[in-house]
Design a protein around this ligand. Structure first.
Ligand code: NAP
Length: 375
C-alpha cells in the first residue's frame, strides 16, 4: 500500500523506527570493524542475496532475486554492508536498457555489464580496496554504488560521503541521487535566491519532492506541479501553490517564473520560455518518454545550444555524484531542510512489485529498500 498523504507524521514515526534498526545494525558492523585494525577486509560471506537481471527487458521477464557472489573492491573502492537503497527512475532504465544511448555509455550493449540492480545506497564500510584513504572500516556512508539492491555492494570511495549521526540510513540512501540532483538543480544550475518564484514540474517524485524543499530552504516561493492524489503531499513539503496537471495546464498562467525546474519533461521548450521572466532560468532535469535512442536528452541539448542567443538561461546537466556534492546533501539532511519522502519501506523480495508501482506513477517520493539482517 502506498501512502500518498500525511507524509510528515508517517515520516516522523518511521524515521524513528529506522534509526533504532540502524543503531542495532551499526553496532555489529562497528564491532567487526574494530576487530580488524589492519583496515583491510572483513570475514565477508562468499555469497549474498541481490536483485539481478542478466538481460535487457521488462521487469517481469528479467528481474529476479538471486543468491550470488559477494563483490570485492578494486582500486579506490570499498565494500559496503548495505543498510538501505533507493529505487529511482534510473533503476527502470537499467532494466529496459532504454534509451539506447545509455547502453553506449558503458552499461552494456547486448546485456547489462553489472547484473545487480540499484545505484543509491547507504551502509557501512566493511572492506577497503587499495588506495582508499578518505574512508575507514566501520564508516557509515551514503552515495552511489552500482549494484546497491543487495546485501553488499562495491562503491568508488569518491562517490560516498558520511551520513550525519541523526540521519537514518534509508533517508540518506533516498537522497543520494534524487536529493543530490535536486540540490544541483536548485543551487548550482537554477541559482535560486530569496524572493525568486520557482516552478517545479514533477514536484511529487524523487527529485521533485527534494527540489521543492530545497527551493523553499533557498528562500523562494514555490509552485509545485503534480497529479491530483499527490497535491497534499506537495503542499506538506512547503509548496506555496500547487497545480494539478491532470485538470489544469500549469503553463496557462500570467505568472512569470524566475526559475523553472523541468523534472517531468512534458512541455516544449518554447512553451516553458513563455512563462519565464526575461532574465529567468530553465533547468532541464529529466522527463520520461522521448525517442528510444536518446530519450529526453535531445530537448535539453537543443536548449543549451539556444541559450547564448536568448535572454533566458537554458541549462541541462547530468548529476555529478561526487563526495563533495554528497557532503552538501548531508548538511541539508542534518539540518532538516531536506527530509526525503518515504513512500514505503520494503525488502529485496518486494523490489519487482515496487518497480511496477514506480513505472505506473503510484509512488509519492521514493520507495526505500531496507536490508533486514540477523543481528
Ligand atoms: N539530470 C540528472 O542527472 C537526473 C538525475 C535523476 C533523475 N533524472 C530524471 O529526472 C526525471 C524525474 O526523476 P524522478 O526520480 O523524480 O521520477 P519520479 O519519482 O517518477 O517523478 C516523476 C514526476 O513527474 C511527474 N509527472 C509525470 N507526468 C507528468 C506530466 N504530464 N506533467 C507534469 N508532471 C508529470 C510526476 O507526477 P505524478 O506522480 O503526480 O503524476 C512526478 O512528480 C526522470 O526522467 C529521471 O530520469 C535526471
Amino acid at each position: 500500500m502506498t501512502s500518498h498523504t500525511a507524509i510528515p507524521s508517517v515520516l516522523a514515526a518511521t524515521t524513528a523506527a529506522a534509526s533504532t534498526a540502524d543503531a542495532a545494525r551499526d553496532s555489529t558492523a562497528a564491532d567487526r570493524a574494530a576487530a580488524d585494525p589492519t583496515g583491510a577486509a572483513h570475514d565477508l560471506p562468499e555469497r549474498m542475496t541481490a536483485v539481478v537481471r542478466t538481460a535487457w527487458g521488462t521487469i517481469d521477464d528479467v528481474v529476479g532475486v538471486k543468491v550470488g557472489p559477494t563483490p570485492t573492491p578494486g582500486d579506490g573502492q570499498v565494500v559496503l554492508e548495505v543498510a538501505a537503497a533507493g529505487i529511482e527512475r534510473g533503476s527502470l532504465h537499467l532494466v529496459s536498457g532504454l534509451p539506447y544511448l545509455m547502453r553506449l555509455m558503458g552499461y552494456g550493449i547486448r546485456r547489462p555489464t553489472q547484473p545487480v540492480l540499484g545505484s543509491e545506497v547507504a551502509g557501512r564500510v566493511v572492506a577497503l580496496g587499495p588506495g582508499v584513504t578518505r574512508l575507514s572500516l566501520g564508516d557509515r556512508v551514503f552515495g552511489v554504488a552500482s549494484g546497491s539492491f543487495a546485501e553488499y555492494a562495491v562503491a568508488d570511495a569518491d562517490e560516498l560521503a558520511h551520513v550525519p549521526d541523526d540521519v537514518a540510513s534509508d533517508a540518506a540512501a533516498l537522497a543520494a541521487i534524487s536529493g543530490a540532483t535536486a540540490l544541483e538543480a536548485v543551487e548550482d544550475h537554477g541559482r535560486v535566491r530569496p524572493g525568486h518564484h520557482v516552478l517545479v514540474l514533477g514536484a511529487s517524485g524523487g527529485v521533485g519532492s527534494a527540489a521543492v524543499q530545497l527551493a523553499k530552504a533557498a528562500g523562494a516561493t514555490v509552485t509545485g506541479v503534480a497529479s491530483t492524489a499527490k497535491l497534499d503531499a506537495v503542499r506538506a513539503l512547503g509548496a506555496d501553490h500547487v497545480v494539478d496537471y491532470t485538470t489544469q495546464d500549469p503553463l496557462d498562467t500570467d505568472v512569470r517564473y524566475d526559475v523553472i525546474l523541468d523534472i517531468a519533461g512534458q512541455h516544449p521548450t518554447a512553451r516553458l520560455r513563455r512563462v519565464l521572466a526575461d532574465d529567468g532560468t530553465l533547468v532541464f532535469v529529466g522527463g520520461e518518454g522521448g525517442q528510444r535512442i536518446t530519450g529526453g536528452v535531445g530537448r535539453g541539448v537543443r536548449g543549451m545550444l539556444l541559450s547564448p542567443f536568448v535572454s533566458h538561461r537554458l541549462v541541462m546537466f547530468i548529476g555529478s555524484e561526487d563526495h563533495e556534492l554528497l557532503a552538501r546533501v548531508a548538511t541539508h539532511l542534518a539540518n532538516g531542510s531536506l527530509v526525503p519522502v518515504v513512500d514505503r519501506r520494503i525488502g529485496l523480495d518486494d523490489v519487482p512489485a515496487a518497480m511496477h508501482d514506480l513505472e505506473a506513477g503510484r509512488v509519492t517520493g521514493k520507495i526505500a529498500i531496507v536490508i533486514d539482517r540477523e543481528i
